[in-house]
Design a protein around this ligand. Structure first.
Ligand code: FES
Ligand SMILES: [Fe+2]
Length: 426
C-alpha cells in the first residue's frame, strides 16, 4: 500500500505538482500524426498534463502546440484560422506561429511594436514514429528517446491510440504486473481461435503461464528505468522468463517471444483522472505481415477498437466492455470480455479514476508494482528536493531496448542469458 500522501504525489500531474514537474522532464506522445494529416489541416484540441492546448500543422508542415487561450483576451485558439504559416485567433485576428511568435496584430496601429512583446505559450513538438510528441518542461528540450519502433519504416509498425478513464499510473502498474496474465488474459487465445483468427506463434500464450501461475519476480534498475523478470518453471532444467521493460516516466514493453513482433505502450496523462494510451506493435527487421495486421485489427489483443474521432474504445466502461456472462461461464473466456486490452481496461478503470492505494494488500507477486512506484517516488523526490533532473530524460540512446519472453537454462542469470534479445538493433 501507499500512504495517502504518496498516492497523491504520484497521481497529481498538473502544472506546479511534483509529479507534473517530473513528467515534464520527458517527451510525451500526445496525438497520432494522422490527426494533423497535412499542412493547414484543422487544428485539434489537446489536453495534456492538465493543460488545455491546441495543436495545428502550419503551411510548412511544422506542428505547433499552443496554450488554448489566446494571449490577447483568452478566446479559444481551437476556433482559429490555420492559414499562411500560423494560427489566427478569430476574435481580433492576432496570429501566432508554431513557436508562439505573434506574427500579426491587425487591430493595433501599424506603427505599434506591441506585437513584439506578445508571445503565445508554445511547446516543442516532434513528429516521429507516426506519433506527435510534446515537451512541456524547462528548455532546452532533450533528444527524443530512441525507441526502436520510432526508428523503423512505417510498414514495420502499427500504432493505435485510446483514451482511458483512469490515472496513467493504473495503466503503468498493469503493464509491469506480469502475474495477472495467467488469470485476466488466460483464455483469449480460445476466443481468437473460435473467431477464426489464426493466431501467429507470437501471440500464443505458452503453456508455462498456465502451468505455473505464481511467478517469482526479479527487478533490476537500468539506465532508462528498470527490467522486470517474471520467472516460471519450464522444464526440469529450465525456466520460462518474461522480461518486461519499464522506461521512465510511463512507457512499458511487455514481452513477446524472440523473433515475433514486439510491443510498446506509452501512458500519457491527460490530467489526473484520464490518460491516452499509445500501443505499438513492431517488427525490427520486416514489414508486419498481412495476417499480423489482420490479427491486430481483430481487436482481441493489446490494440483496441476506438471511435475514430474521440479515440474512446467501443467496448468501454459505459457498456461494461460488453461483458458476456454466458461466455464467461463457458470457460472459453476467463472474463467474458473480448480483447486483452478491454480486459485491462475493465480492471484498470474499475479501480476508479484514481485508485485508493491506502487499502491495498500487496504480496510478493506485486514486487514490480512496488518497485515502479519506488522508482517514480525517488525521481520525484530528487527533482523536487534537490533539483536533480532524472538522468533517463537526457539519455535518449539508453531507450534502444526490447522486452523478451524466452526459456533459459536454470543455471543462467536471466539478464545475462537474455542480454542479446533485450538489445534493439535499429
Ligand atoms: S482574444 Fe484572440 S485576438 Fe483577441
Ligand atoms: Fe494485461
Amino acid at each position: 500500500m501507499l500512504s495517502r500522501e504518496d498516492n497523491e504525489l504520484l497521481t497529481r500531474v498538473g502544472p506546479g505538482t511534483p509529479m507534473g514537474a517530473l513528467l515534464r522532464c520527458f517527451w510525451q506522445p500526445f496525438a497520432m500524426s494522422s490527426e494533423l494529416p497535412h499542412a493547414d489541416s484543422d487544428p485539434i484540441r489537446v489536453r495534456l498534463l492538465g493543460e488545455d492546448l491546441v495543436a495545428f500543422r502550419d503551411s510548412n508542415g511544422a506542428v505547433g502546440l499552443l496554450q488554448n487561450n489566446c494571449p490577447h483576451r483568452g478566446a479559444s485558439l481551437f476556433f482559429g484560422r490555420n492559414e499562411e504559416g500560423g494560427l489566427r485567433c478569430v476574435y481580433h485576428g492576432w496570429k501566432f506561429g508554431a513557436d508562439g511568435t505573434c506574427l500579426d496584430m491587425p487591430n493595433e496601429p501599424a506603427e505599434s511594436d506591441f506585437r513584439a512583446k506578445v508571445r503565445a505559450v508554445a511547446y516543442p513538438v516532434e513528429d516521429r514514429g507516426g506519433v506527435l510528441w510534446a515537451y512541456l518542461g524547462p528548455a532546452p528540450a532533450p533528444n527524443l528517446p530512441e525507441l526502436e519502433w520510432t526508428r523503423v519504416p512505417e510498414s514495420h509498425r502499427y500504432v493505435s491510440k485510446r483514451i482511458q478513464f483512469c490515472s496513467f499510473l493504473q495503466n503503468v502498474e498493469g503493464e509491469v504486473d506480469s502475474s495477472h496474465v495467467s488469470f485476466l488474459h488466460s483464455k483469449q487465445n480460445s476466443l481468437a481461435d473460435s473467431a477464426g483468427i489464426k493466431a501467429d506463434p507470437g501471440s500464443q500464450l505458452p503453456d508455462y503461464m498456465a502451468r505455473d501461475r505464481a511467478p517469482r519476480f526479479f527487478v533490476l534498475p537500468t539506465e532508462y528505468g528498470m527490467m522486470i523478470g517474471a520467472r516460471r518453471d519450464a522444464e526440469v532444467d529450465s525456466y520460462y522468463w518474461r522480461i518486461t521493460q519499464f522506461l521512465m516516466p510511463s512507457y512499458t514493453m511487455i514481452p513477446s517471444p524472440v523473433g515475433a513482433p514486439l510491443s510498446f505502450t506509452g501512458a500519457t496523462p491527460i490530467d489526473d483522472e484520464r490518460m491516452m494510451g499509445f500501443t505499438v506493435t513492431w517488427h525490427p527487421d520486416r514489414p508486419l505481415a498481412t495476417n499480423e495486421v489482420a490479427q491486430i485489427e481483430s481487436w482481441l489483443g493489446v490494440h483496441t477498437e476506438v471511435d475514430s474521432r474521440t479515440f474512446i474504445p467501443l467496448r468501454n466502461r459505459d457498456n461494461d466492455y460488453l461483458v458476456d456472462r454466458s461466455l464467461q461461464r463457458s470457460k472459453r473466456s476467463y472474463t467474458g470480455i473480448r480483447g486483452i486490452r478491454e480486459e485491462d481496461l475493465a480492471v484498470q478503470e474499475g479501480m476508479g479514476p484514481i485508485c485508493d492505494r491506502t487499502i491495498e494488500h500487496l504480496g510478493s507477486a506485486d514486487l514490480a508494482v512496488i518497485a515502479t512506484r519506488r522508482r517514480m517516488l525517488d525521481a520525484v523526490g530528487a527533482l523536487s528536493e534537490r533539483g536533480e533532473v532524472p538522468y533517463e530524460a537526457r539519455n535518449a540512446e539508453a531507450y534502444r531496448v526490447r522486452s523478451a519472453a524466452l526459456v533459459l537454462p536454470r543455471s543462467v542469470e536471466w539478464n545475462v542469458g537474455a542480454a542479446d534479445a533485450l538489445l534493439a538493433t535499429r
